[in-house]
Design a protein around this ligand. Structure first.
Ligand code: ZN
Ligand code: ZN
Ligand code: ZN
Ligand code: ZN
Length: 219
């Protein structure tokens, strides 16, 4: 066999392996909730296989805007933007809301009203930085850690709930935000030191739950 033949066989092999992998992914994402997949994930050997396939499919699909169901992008109009209530939508949807209500954005989820500019509403809403990282990284959300205490975020453990500083869009865990507030009696972002609100008795309205991130955590 010449070197060219070996190279061709190698390419063919790689192509076949990739095709099998791709077909498995497509089948998996189509039948993710089927009886077979559920049975497979209940078995000792199948569980890690299903888990890792799920991670790959999720990464390929990426997080989506809850309104228009389009995939978030890490930049531009489709970047995720978080509102003061902690809910996140894509920039395009926020622009449409602002235009419909003349500079007023009513959160479709919790109906809280946010005021902004009709022509350029986006600067009024910070980008959800942690969600942007997910759009452009292979790291699964279950492995994400609070940058301050290095502990994993959790949807079950209240102290590890991801909280978002709505003025800058950075996320920290509830325990870190609370302990910082207890010391300083003011709300200051632990990532960029940007202030959210003045002297306050209750930090929670200034640092709402980052719902988009919390909902991605599966435990
Ligand atoms: Zn949208
Ligand atoms: Zn809301
Ligand atoms: Zn923390
Ligand atoms: Zn910040």
């Amino acid at each position: 066999m010449t070197t060219i033949q070996v190279g061709l066989y190698f390419l063919l092999g790689a192509y076949i392996l990739f095709s099998i992998f791709f077909c498995t992914l497509v089948l998996f994402s189509t039948f993710a909730d089927s009886v077979f997949i559920r049975y497979l994930s209940s078995t000792h050997l199948g569980k890690p296989v299903v888990y890792h396939l799920q991670q790959v499919v999720e990464w390929l699909e990426g997080p989506k805007c809850g309104i228009c169901l389009a995939q978030y992008w890490s930049t531009g109009d489709m970047a995720p933007r978080v509102m003061n209530c902690g809910h996140t939508y894509c920039g395009s949807c926020i622009e449409i809301f602002a235009e419909q209500k003349d500079g007023m954005v009513i959160c479709p989820f919790c109906t809280r009203t946010h005021f902004c500019n009709t022509i350029h509403p986006l600067p009024f809403f910070s980008e959800n930085h942690l969600l942007i990282i997910l759009c452009s990284s292979l790291i699964t959300v279950n492995l994400w850690k609070c940058q301050t205490c290095r502990k994993k975020y959790s949807s079950q453990d209240v102290s590890r709930t991801p909280r978002v500083y709505s003025t800058c869009g950075h996320t920290s865990c509830e325990a870190c935000v609370e302990s910082d507030f207890t010391q300083k009696k003011r709300v200051v972002c632990l990532t960029c030191e940007g202030r959210s609100g003045g002297i306050t008795e209750n930090w929670k309205p200034h640092v709402p739950i980052n719902y988009a991130i919390r909902d991605l955590l599966k435990e």
